[in-house]
Design a binder for this molecule. Structure first.
Ligand SMILES: Cc1cc2nc3c(=O)[nH]c(=O)nc-3n(C[C@H](O)[C@H](O)[C@H](O)COP(=O)(O)OP(=O)(O)OC[C@H]3O[C@@H](n4cnc5c(N)ncnc54)[C@H](O)[C@@H]3O)c2cc1C
Length: 285
């Protein structure tokens, strides 16, 4: 028999977490976990749902951070004015997840909880230096860098009596960002390449930023080597040069590190189009 816990505030959450065992599961929108339950791949003793806790449902600006509750859905992210204003890349990543039904139910907490190499929000949160806020049964609230939180495919740094409450993204000045993915089938696909770009611009000159790629390796990869060549370039006048540098570095990186089973040759070739498209888009934002 499965026990369902639906705490309504943090005090109730602490008590629920005390009872969690290695067999217990946290459920968000259930778009993935529901399949595992239906197919009896898992047989949990407890299902914990935290979507009734206010802090897990909100999107707020607090102390120079944009905070997003773990139960916020992809649909809420893609329509959030705050997210569109500060981190368009995240709204665009959520907008590209699965089908409407998946986006209406699937949450940011579940996307990160899955820790799938193809998860669309993972490279974006990496690029944005997001912190994962965890609640423990001992009433602790701890922030961990997403880079330390994702340990590998399907593996996260979370004990059975802990849960992700929210994500915190540090605000950046003069920041412009975008996300694009290359998939085998539009909309209903698991990402084949997820490309996330963030630029700090002064009068259209690139001063800082990062490019992070998902689904080419077990964890997101930063193209910081290529990025060094983009510093002080003009996003309009040097656009073709910028695209060439990024495409060359990305395809070389794929050929070097991507496992054969991840369609390495196809990805190395297909990056040209996605790099062109994302830079055309970000240069016009
Ligand atoms: C047809 C289909 C298409 C899809 N397409 C895409 C796609 O294009 N891009 C993409 O990235 N993903 C895709 N997915 C995967 C999935 O739908 C998303 O990753 C979604 O965001 C998962 O969220 P959820 O709330 O439904 O997670 P759930 O299924 O509820 O949970 C997923 C995992 O996260 C854990 N978890 C959930 N909430 C928390 C929490 N608060 N704290 C700790 N752990 C937690 C669960 O225990 C479980 O291990 C697809 C899935 C399907 C079935």
């Amino acid at each position: 028999m499965i026990n369902y816990y639906t705490p309504k505030n943090l005090e109730e959450l602490y008590s629920s977490l005390k009872n969690m065992t290695s067999k217990s599961k946290i459920i968000g929108g259930g778009t993935d976990l529901g399949i595992c339950l239906n197919k009896k791949i898992i047989n949990p003793d407890i299902l914990l749902y935290i979507g009734n806790i206010k802090e897990s449902k909100e999107i707020n600006l607090i102390n120079n951070f944009l905070e997003i509750g773990s139960s916020v859905t992809h649909t809420e992210i893609e329509n959030s004015e705050l997210i569109l204003k500060y981190f368009k890349c995240l709204a665009e990543a959520s907008e590209n997840v699965g089908s409407l039904q998946i986006r209406n139910n699937g949450t940011i907490g579940g996307n990160i909880g899955n820790a799938s190499p193809a998860g669309d929000l993972i490279p974006v949160l990496y690029m944005l230096d997001a912190l994962v806020t965890i609640v423990t049964s001992k009433k602790e609230i701890i922030d961990i860098s997403i880079k330390d939180f994702i340990l590998g495919p399907g593996k996260i740094k979370l004990n059975s009596n802990e849960v992700i409450l929210k994500f915190k993204i540090p605000l950046k000045k003069d920041y412009r960002s975008s996300f694009m993915k290359l998939g085998s089938r539009k909309k209903l696909t698991i990402s084949r390449i997820g490309l996330s770009i963030g630029l700090v611009l002064e009068n259209n000159i690139i001063k800082n930023g990062d490019i992070v790629v998902g689904a080419i390796s077990l964890k997101p990869i930063s193209l910081n080597k290529a990025f060094n060549y983009l510093i002080d370039k003009n996003l309009t006048k040097d656009l073709e040069y910028i695209k060439e540098v990024v495409f060359k570095n990305l395809s070389e990186t794929i050929l070097e590190i991507t496992p054969e089973k991840f369609d390495k040759n196809y990805k190395a070739y297909a990056t040209k189009g996605i790099v062109d498209d994302i830079f055309n888009k970000i240069s016009k934002l």
